[in-house]
Ligand binder design. Structure first.
Ligand SMILES: NC(=O)CC(=O)C(=O)O
Length: 305
């Protein structure tokens, strides 16, 4: 793969709140927030890339809403896509606002209906360029099936089917790898993206209160340091009345593991400047990429669990 461009750029994470049962209202609110983020709010921070959180159209933890809120996207990576004939209201809104604001947009994620996985849905992120073209799609690969007795039990795989492809896209300023939430727990995904030239990894997310406190920051700093990349996770805001209360704390970490920005729990837009020198400094100072021992590791996929 050719070396990806990398220049400093501005990033905005929208820690979106007010995600209720009315999808049309959620879309309108997300659109308003994207416009606000794109303005830079008079702080000389006009973003090149804006990011929304996981499941921004549908309240997390409300599985019965998934079938009614799911959308037909019908995008195949690498093939042309006709937005004007898209059946997805969310795709149309995201495309329009990316074009209107002239920014790259990682459109969080939403439940996607796809004929191939009848009965289940995908948890899908779509990405738009400043012309409003849909350029990439990530379907959450690793599903949130956990059981911490007395704290949290979740079985996302009851309603969601897992995606089976890694996702990255090129902008004029960076190659960006995309995952969704629980995908962060699988270092292989981040490692492959970094080895394929991604300088920045972004995961729309919504960690639980239990796991958020324990692992939210830790995992992001690990992935950033392991791979010497910028790592960011954009969460939904915490809603005390929601069935699933999100940890919040949307965050961006630099390649040395330093937290560059962190939101609180409420709705908020976080602006961050991504500086190329930080990546060069980390890679030159600690040159792990040339020190790996692939001659010894062998094919780790063959090892028993
Ligand atoms: N909600 C998720 O997908 C992941 C999460 O909360 C965790 O990994 O912890």
């Amino acid at each position: 793969m050719a070396q990806a461009a990398f220049r400093s750029f501005n990033l905005a994470f929208i820690q979106l709140g007010k995600i209720g049962v009315d999808k049309a209202e959620n879309l309108k609110h997300a659109c308003d927030m994207i416009r606000t983020a794109a303005s830079g709010q008079g702080q000389n921070k006009k973003p090149d890339l804006i990011v929304l959180p996981e499941f921004f159209t549908t309240p997390l933890g409300d599985a019965p809403l998934i079938p009614t809120h799911a959308e037909d996207i019908g995008f195949t990576p690498g093939e042309p896509y006709d937005i004007t004939n898209s059946k997805s209201d969310s795709v149309k809104m995201l495309s329009d606002v990316a074009k209107e604001t002239g920014t790259w947009l990682i459109g969080g994620s939403l439940p996607e209906r796809d004929a191939v996985k009848e009965g289940k849905f995908y948890n899908t992120c779509t990405v738009y360029n400043p012309k409003g073209e849909l350029v990439a799609r990530h379907r959450k690969m690793h599903l949130f099936d956990i059981d911490i007795p007395g704290k949290i039990t979740a079985k996302e795989s009851d309603t969601i089917a897992s995606g089976d492809a890694l996702t990255m896209f090129d902008t004029e300023f960076a190659r960006i790898g995309v995952g969704i939430c629980y995908d962060i727990r699988f270092p292989e995904l981040a490692m492959i993206a970094a080895r394929r030239g991604c300088q920045v990894l972004i995961y729309p997310s919504a960690f639980s209160m239990t796991t958020g406190e324990l692992h939210w920051e830790l995992l992001q700093r690990l992935r950033a340091v392991d791979n010497q990349v910028f790592m960011g996770m954009c969460s939904c805001a915490r809603d005390a009345k929601a069935k699933f209360k999100a940890w919040g704390h949307s965050m961006v970490v630099d390649p040395m593991g330093k937290v560059l920005a962190e939101a609180g729990e409420d709705e908020e837009i976080v602006y961050v400047r991504i500086e190329t020198e930080e990546l060069d400094r980390a890679r030159q100072g600690i040159p792990v990429s040339g020190q790996r021992r692939f001659d010894v590791y062998g094919n780790i996929a063959l090892f028993p669990d």
